[in-house]
Design a protein around this ligand. Structure first.
Ligand SMILES: Nc1ncnc2c1ncn2[C@@H]1O[C@H](COP(=O)(O)OP(=O)(O)OP(=O)(O)O)[C@@H](O)[C@H]1O
Ligand SMILES: O=P(O)(O)OC[C@H]1O[C@H](OP(=O)(O)OP(=O)(O)O)[C@H](O)[C@@H]1O
Length: 219
């Protein structure tokens, strides 16, 4: 029996879109995976040599970068934020479309910043610093793990950097987008060392590539 492979998936929004893509590439979890009341974090798949783990999006990248999981699916926002050298993102799965943006209060009432120094609430401090540094602005980041949109009205920061899809969350919370940082899609990610040493990882990358190519052809 070959050594077991671990495939990491994020537990939240990407998952529903990811499951059909995974199935087309031959990665199918056991039925218990779909039972929301099941508290297990590890699940068997139809492949005897592969288990699935369901973890938070940022942790998918951490598990794969450290080789604790050999392969996974995560948003390109997470790949860019960590920029792990041991992590390789070979396939754009064209799911989980959204973008990362800077936003500020629509009414212009915000904590006043100095022009060259901004205070920004975000889950993405590295991307945020890089974005503003490239424009000669120092960004002081306040790290939040969600609900960034309430930070400006409470005076925690003058602006936010967060994901935007429909724009509804910004609008509902009285914010407007002022800069588009990058487009985001979900990626297949693999551990570089595992890719070099285990032929099954290269085969999986090819299976996901073929799935993507077939979907492009059908579109
Ligand atoms: N509004 C959105 N529309 C489309 N894709 C989104 C949106 N918000 C987030 N995403 C994508 O989904 C990913 C978040 O995935 P998911 O919700 O599965 O994570 P999670 O593990 O539940 O997150 P958290 O750690 O915040 O609990 C983001 O990294 C991004 O790539
Ligand atoms: O433009 P919209 O379609 O409104 O989507 C944007 C929202 O979606 C994400 O949050 P999510 O729902 O994942 O919750 P979170 O704040 O806990 O991350 C993101 O952080 C925004 O808050």
């Amino acid at each position: 029996m070959p050594s077991p492979l671990t495939f990491a998936v994020p537990k939240g929004r990407i998952l529903d879109e990811a499951l059909p893509v995974m199935a087309a590439a031959g990665v199918v979890p056991e039925d218990a995976f779909h039972d929301k009341s099941n508290r297990s974090l590890t699940f068997a798949t139809t492949r005897e040599d592969m288990a699935l783990i369901r973890v938070r999006a940022f942790d998918v990248a951490t598990f794969v970068a450290h080789g604790a999981a050999q392969i996974g699916i995560v948003g390109s926002d997470v790949v860019e934020e960590f920029a792990y050298s041991d992590l390789y993102a070979p396939v754009d799965l064209q799911i989980g479309h959204c973008h990362l943006a800077v936003a500020e209060p629509a009414d212009g009432i915000a904590v006043t910043d100095r022009v060259s120094h901004l205070r920004i609430a975000t889950k993405y401090p590295n991307i945020t610093r890089r974005h503003f540094e490239a424009r000669g602005i120092q960004a002081e980041c306040v790290k939040l793990n969600g609900a960034m949109e309430i930070a400006p009205s409470l005076g925690l920061a003058s602006r936010i950097v967060d994901l935007v899809s429909t724009g509804q969350t910004l609008k509902t919370n009285g914010l407007v987008e002022t800069a588009h940082i990058m487009d985001i899609t979900a990626r297949l990610i693999v551990n570089r060392a595992a890719l070099k040493t285990d032929a099954r990882i290269a085969e999986l990358v090819e299976a996901f590539r073929a799935t993507r190519a077939a979907a492009d052809k059908a579109a």
